[in-house]
Design a protein around this ligand. Sequence first.
Ligand code: HEM
Length: 154
Amino acid sequence: MSLIDTASYVIHSVFAGLWTGSILFMTLAVLPLAVRGNLDAGPLSTVTGRFKILSRTSVLILFLSGGHLAGTQYTTSTLTGSLGGYLVLSMLSLWVLTAGVTEVAASRLADGSGRDKVREPGRQARRFFQLGSVFAVLLLVVSGLLSAAGAGLL
Ligand code: HEM
């Protein structure tokens, strides 16, 4: 395995943790405060802006590093005909779904906080963040299964 492949695994895992963790943090910590009106529009707007930057960066880096890993560790036939390949394709599908849902969620939250509101945008974004969190946890489950498959346990 080359240095680039090793770096891709490391970078991929780092951003996987950062992205999924940030989605869960927004859902479990920030959103309830907004919905209850316990957070001012200014701080909510700042947190949402930082989440957007982290999320978009992660989406791009996960795509590039994951694409590199898929291209070097798999062939078309292993990708479409092995357990590891099915798990990678599930990862790719969940990546699309999570990226779409969190982008909508963050836009809803940012729209309202830009208009000096917090409760209404919090309520509008809640379902999307909740769905994003479910996808994020599923992504971690798929990653764990991939690790187990790589270790020869599956
Ligand atoms: C474009 C989207 C993605 C692609 C194409 C992709 C592809 C891959 C590939 C090919 C591997 C190596 C599998 C192996 O060694 O057999 C991998 C590993 C991994 N991926 Fe992704 N991935 C994507 C998105 C994600 C996301 C969003 C997460 C977030 C949780 C994630 C988490 C991981 C983790 C933790 C591993 C290491 C698993 C191991 O121990 O082998 N990936 N991914």
